[in-house]
Structure formats: structure tokens, C-alpha cells
Design a protein around this ligand. Structure first.
Ligand SMILES: [Ca+2]
Length: 439
């Protein structure tokens, strides 16, 4: 289009192109032969020796179909200032049908999971790429490339029920995610945390030293078991009995970011080159199952996370080690406390609640590379055509409010329960020194 006279006459663009595309593809991120009854060879102990044998590897699914991906995309390329600045937005709609999913099975089946066609999803979004040559002189150049992606996904069809609850299992035996037709993927599901029960939520009987929950204050399970310092949940369905039940669970987060991308800056100064690569994600939630499980008071006398130290945790014992019986002392000592007291030993707390959901937005200094290319004059004397020394540091810094090790996490290996951090091992920082040689 840049060659058209009416575009040329505008004197704005150095390039203007339209791209249109349509395509269909499968998904090759699965193992082969999943529809078949396959045997695995194993060795098993037999007395003092081992014997080889075969066991069934998987439940066959003869109805298994290929996942199909249909994509329509529309892109524009704008070039300005003699291509010193290029901007390329691309819009796409993608429909995936017969989504392949490793579905969890009850362990009574003898298998952990089985691959099924789970349904159909739609992805709509925009990818934006901006390239800019900020400085271009004989000895110094500075180039910036920015990518920005926004994607909106939605479930269009589900195999089975139209609304399904899924569990990312970390020992709670509770559902953690909800998917539904015409809803986005990645939705976390549970109770909405309303802080901790305060002393003022109760009537205190000094004679028997018992707290009785006032009428109108929500409670789960048995009202008589509720005490100051326990997790409190919102009565979302507005039920008059103020009881917290399954009906009070709601969407408490979404694993997918609103915007994500990268920023790459490259500099060259004479024979030196430097590149600094940042990645970012905005608006993704992380379900911090590590925090949930490792602050649980079923873990009394065990290691807990720092978030559950006495500065944050509601305490029942004062500094002199005495059980607090005076309500006023209970109020004073627990001002500003954010983590539930050690009661769950009694009530077996396995609630999935929004306290565990954290903003996982981040900016990462993913990579810095510094290189030096020896001048041709020098290296040609020793018969080389190129000699470059470089040093690269990867995964150097992360700026995030997320309290766990790394907000870029999903430990639950299942597309329907993403964004869960359960004991994820932090990514290592690495440094590489290298030589590029060409003869
Ligand atoms: Ca309720």
C-alpha cells in the first residue's frame, strides 16, 4: 500500500502493509498413541532378582480426536521516518475444538489421568510489535523493540456439564477452579476472605471464658466453633442464615494476564554491544497454594512461612506465655493481624479462599548480554573472520508484589487449573561467558 500514490502523498508512512491470514493446525504437544491401550515395560523385584514385564500404561480412549486450531488474523505494518519506527498490530481470532486435556481420574481406576477431548475455546486478541531505532550514528546505535499482547479467551463448548469445577490438588480435596461455557478459562474459585473474626464479632462470657458469635455475622460449619482470629468469609449469596456454604463460592481470580510482553533494548558502541531484555505481565493472578498450606495451623510446631510469624499471625498467648483471657488484651495484641490463629487443628481448615490469590503482575530483567567483537583488522592476522566475547546473565531480577518465589508459575500441569503455585522451585539465575568464533 505504501506504493499507492494517495499514501505516498500523505508523506507520513515509509511503509504500509495489510496482512490477512487463515489457517488450521493441530496440537502436537501430546504423546503419541494416547487413544490406544499401550503397555509399558517395567522391571519388578522377584526374590533376589528382578524380572521384566509389562503393565498397562494408560486407559485407552478410542474416541480421541485431533485437536483442531482455526486461526484468522489481520495485521497492519506501519513504517515511519524511513523505517526508523515500525508499528505492527495484529488482531486474531482463534478457535480450538476437541481440546486435548489430561483429565484427572479417581485413583480407584488405577490410573492418574486420561486424555480426553474437553471442549472448544475461543481466543481473541491483539499482538502489538513496535520497533524503534532511537539513535543511529556511526559509532553508537540504540534500538528498542516492544511487544504487547492482549488475549481474551472464552470457553465455547464443554464435554459434559456446562459448568465444571476442577481441582488443582495440593492435599485440600477442594475444587480450586471453575470453567463454564461462555466464561473465560483460568478462573479460580472459592470463598472471598473477609479478614479475621474480631473480638467485636462476639459476645464474651467472662465466667465461662467463651466467645459466642453475634447474630448476623457469617460463619461456616458450626457456629459454636468460631472464635476470634479465625478466617472469616463473605456471605456472597446473601443467605439470611449467614451460613457460609458452597453457594458462597465465587470466582476469586484469573490466572491469565490482561497484558504481557517484552521490551528489548540493544546498544552498540563501536565494537561493544549490549542488550537488555525485560519481560512483563500485568493482571495475572497466582493462587499461592504454598502460602495456604504452609500457614495452616495443622502445621503446629512445624515450619511455616514468614508471613505466618507472630507479627502477622493472630495470637492466643501473650508475651509472658499465658493464654489470653481478657478480651481487651486479645484486641490490643492482635491489632492489624492478617493471618488466622492456630485453631484449624480443631476445625480442620481446608478452605480455598481469596487470601491465597495474589496479584502476580511482574517486570523481569530476563537477560543482559554484553559483547565485544574484535576488530577485523586484528583477527584476520590469525586467520579468523569473527571473534566475539560475551557475557550473559539470565533471570536476574523480578519486580513483583507476589509473595512467593516467582509469579511466573503454574505447577499443576493441567490447562484447566492454571496459575497455581504449590511448592514451585524458584528459577535459577544463570551467567554464561562465551566466545563466538568464525573461521
Ligand atoms: Ca451463604
Amino acid at each position: 500500500m505504501a506504493e499507492e500514490d494517495f499514501i505516498k502523498n500523505l508523506n507520513i508512512f515509509s511503509d504500509l502493509k495489510i496482512r490477512l491470514g487463515y489457517g488450521m493446525a493441530g496440537n502436537n504437544r501430546i504423546d503419541s498413541y494416547l487413544s490406544l491401550a499401550v503397555l509399558n515395560s517395567v522391571t519388578y523385584p522377584n526374590g533376589d532378582s528382578t524380572q521384566s514385564g509389562y503393565v498397562s500404561k494408560q486407559i485407552p480412549n478410542p474416541d480421541l480426536k485431533w485437536e483442531a486450531n482455526k486461526t484468522f488474523n489481520f495485521g497492519l505494518d506501519f513504517g515511519f521516518f524511513n523505517q526508523r519506527l515500525t508499528i505492527s498490530p495484529e488482531f486474531y481470532i482463534n478457535r480450538s475444538s476437541n481440546l486435548l486435556l489430561n483429565a484427572k481420574l479417581p485413583s480407584s481406576s488405577g490410573y492418574n489421568s486420561m486424555v480426553i477431548n474437553a471442549g472448544e475455546t475461543e481466543n481473541k486478541g491483539i499482538d502489538l510489535t513496535i520497533n524503534s531505532t532511537n539513535i543511529l550514528t556511526k559509532s553508537f546505535t540504540w534500538n528498542t523493540a516492544v511487544t504487547l499482547s492482549h488475549n481474551k479467551n472464552s470457553v465455547k463448548k464443554l464435554t459434559g456439564e456446562d459448568v465444571q469445577l476442577w481441582e488443582a490438588s495440593f492435599g485440600y480435596n477442594q475444587n480450586t477452579h471453575i470453567i463454564g461455557v461462555n466464561q473465560p478459562l483460568g478462573q479460580m474459585y472459592g470463598y472471598v476472605t473477609d479478614g479475621l473474626y474480631q473480638v467485636s464479632d462476639f459476645d464474651y462470657d467472662a465466667a465461662t471464658q467463651t466467645y459466642t458469635l453475634k447474630d448476623g455475622v457469617p460463619y461456616a460449619d458450626n457456629k459454636n466453633n468460631v472464635k476470634p482470629g479465625m478466617w472469616k468469609f463473605k456471605n456472597i449469596d446473601g443467605s439470611e442464615d449467614n451460613k457460609i456454604t458452597e453457594a458462597d463460592k465465587t470466582v476469586i481470580g484469573n490466572a491469565y494476564p490482561k497484558i504481557y510482553g517484552g521490551i528489548n533494548n540493544t546498544f552498540t558502541y563501536k565494537d561493544l554491544d549490549l542488550s537488555i531484555f525485560l519481560t512483563y505481565s500485568i493482571g495475572n493472578d497466582v493462587f499461592n497454594a504454598t502460602k495456604l498450606t504452609n500457614t495452616k495451623t495443622a502445621l503446629q510446631n512445624k515450619n511455616v512461612l514468614a508471613v505466618a510469624n507472630s507479627k502477622n499471625r493472630w495470637v492466643l498467648v501473650n508475651k509472658s506465655g499465658e493464654l489470653i483471657t481478657d478480651p481487651q488484651e486479645m484486641i490490643d495484641i492482635n491489632k492489624g493481624k492478617r493471618v488466622a490463629a492456630i485453631y484449624d487443628n480443631e476445625v480442620g481448615d481446608t478452605y480455598i479462599h481469596s487470601w491465597a490469590v495474589e496479584d502476580g503482575s511482574y517486570l523481569k530483567l530476563s537477560n543482559i548480554t554484553l559483547g565485544y567483537t574484535f576488530p577485523h583488522k586484528i583477527i584476520s592476522k590469525v586467520g579468523l573472520s569473527k571473534l566475539r566475547l560475551y557475557a550473559t546473565g539470565s533471570n536476574l531480577l523480578t519486580w513483583t508484589k507476589y509473595s512467593g518465589f516467582d509469579p511466573e508459575v503454574s505447577t499443576m500441569g493441567n490447562g484447566l487449573t492454571p496459575g497455581v503455585d504449590f511448592g514451585a522451585y524458584p528459577r535459577s539465575r544463570s551467567f554464561v561467558f562465551g566466545i563466538n568464533l568464525a573461521f
